[in-house]
Design a protein around this ligand. Structure first.
Ligand SMILES: Nc1ncnc2c1ncn2[C@@H]1O[C@H](COP(=O)(O)OP(=O)(O)O)[C@@H](O)[C@H]1O
Ligand SMILES: [Mg+2]
Length: 368
């Protein structure tokens, strides 16, 4: 039986593992956490992500190795890359782990992006305020997720305090974009080089955490632009697997925010809402199987369940909505599950989403 080793056993791993069952593929995970979500779909080796012996075991037992989160120690995976194929390519992972490298890649590929500058000192930050303008957002170059490691600065007087608030340096300062909306473009490329893209997804973040996604965004001009940018990235990185590109929409233009070398929260709707989910296509890509169709099956909407689960989660499933409970211990700001609705048209989808939001109440996803 085909075996795929996945570094990380969170909810993304859980959904990859579930997709594997459709392909007759067994997933084996590496994660030191107690009761990680993916233990419901496969064996979890409970060792640190950089445990050399555990990684060698994974390499020996699996046909291919992949990963489900971004902060995987690259050097540890590099050590097994001669013994077993590792996808997405580690060069792509390395590039995505550092915002400065990521932005330099966008520039190299002539993908438009907000103005930005490296910041290693308060003096750099003062200079950055001149170059990128105010307001700006100060971000840690590494290890940020769900809006963590970011401070928005709207006046010069706040600069020293903002710098002091982010001890995990180095940093970048980035132009704050008053975007019309946020979208993501999800693409997939297999080992042969076949490439497919999903319809655009529109995303709403609250406190830096993804809250709601809707798809497809029906805008041929933006779709063509996003597809072009996505293809440049996939080809340049000689990419294999699913890649998500987050973009700001400003008028008729797109500015790249960041890319994730993995399956992505904004693509969860593809489980019910596309012919082939992002999770199945990720597995198909890394196993060099033909890619499945990325065609939407309706108008999808997804809401994340953040911080607390509702007392009666099943009540969310009225009208055919699909509940995904990751089985995680609730914690403020933590993604615990999501609900997806699929409707025949956008208006019905929006109505169903509004009803769901009402049932969920005014949850405050602000992290600690
Ligand atoms: N330069 C910016 N202008 C406007 N909004 C931003 C900017 N950078 C980040 N944001 C907001 O914060 C969210 C999280 O930031 P992001 O850079 O994507 O970090 P993370 O790695 O936490 O996802 C974005 O999706 C967006 O809503
Ligand atoms: Mg992001």
């Amino acid at each position: 039986m085909t075996r795929v080793g996945i570094v990380g056993a969170g909810q993304l791993g859980q959904m990859i593992g579930a997709a594997g069952k459709k392909l007759g593929v067994t997933c084996v995970f590496l994660d030191p956490a107690d009761s990680p979500p993916a233990e419901t779909v496969g064996t979890v080796i409970r060792k640190p992500f950089d445990d050399a012996t555990a990684l060698q075991e994974l390499a020996r037992d699996c046909d291919v190795i992949s990963y489900e989160f971004e902060n995987v120690p690259v050097a540890a995976l590099q050590a097994i890359a001669d013994a077993v194929p590792v996808y997405p390519p580690l060069a792509a992972l390395q590039q995505a782990q550092d915002r400065a490298h990521e932005k330099a890649l966008f520039e190299e590929l002539e993908i438009p992006l907000p103005r930005w500058q490296n910041v290693d000192s308060v003096a750099d930050l003062q200079g950055a305020a001149d170059h990128v303008g105010l307001p700006l957002v100060l971000k840690t170059r590494r290890f940020g997720y769900d809006g963590k490691g970011q401070v928005v600065v709207s006046s010069r007087a706040e600069l020293p305090e903002a710098f002091a608030a982010l001890p995990k340096r180095p940093l970048i300062a980035e132009q704050w974009i008053a975007f019309d909306r946020e979208i993501s473009a999800i693409g997939v490329r297999n080992r042969k080089g076949d490439l497919a893209t999903y319809p655009l997804t529109q995303n709403e973040h609250r406190h830096g955490i993804l809250h709601t996604s809707i798809a497809p965004v029906e805008n041929a001009m933006l779709a063509a632009l996003a597809e072009d940018y996505l293809s440049r990235l996939l080809l340049q990185l000689d990419y294999v697997g699913v890649l998500a590109l987050e973009l700001f929409v400003v008028g008729d233009t797109l500015l790249a925010n960041e890319f994730a070398p993995r399956v992505h929260n904004s693509g969860h709707w593809t489980i019910e809402g596309a012919t082939t989910s992002q999770f199945e296509n990720h597995l198909r890509a890394v196993l060099d199987l033909p890619l499945g169709a990325t065609t939407p099956t309706g108008h999808a909407g997804m809401i994340n369940l953040i911080g607390t689960m509702p007392a009666d989660p099943t009540a969310l499933c009225a009208g055919g909505a699909a509940l995904h409970d990751y089985g995680k211990v609730p914690r403020r700001g933590r993604k615990l599950g999501h609900v997806t609705v699929i409707a025949a048209d956008g208006a019905t989808r929006d109505h169903q989403l509004a009803m769901l939001a009402e049932k969920l109440g005014d949850t405050d996803p602000r992290p600690d």
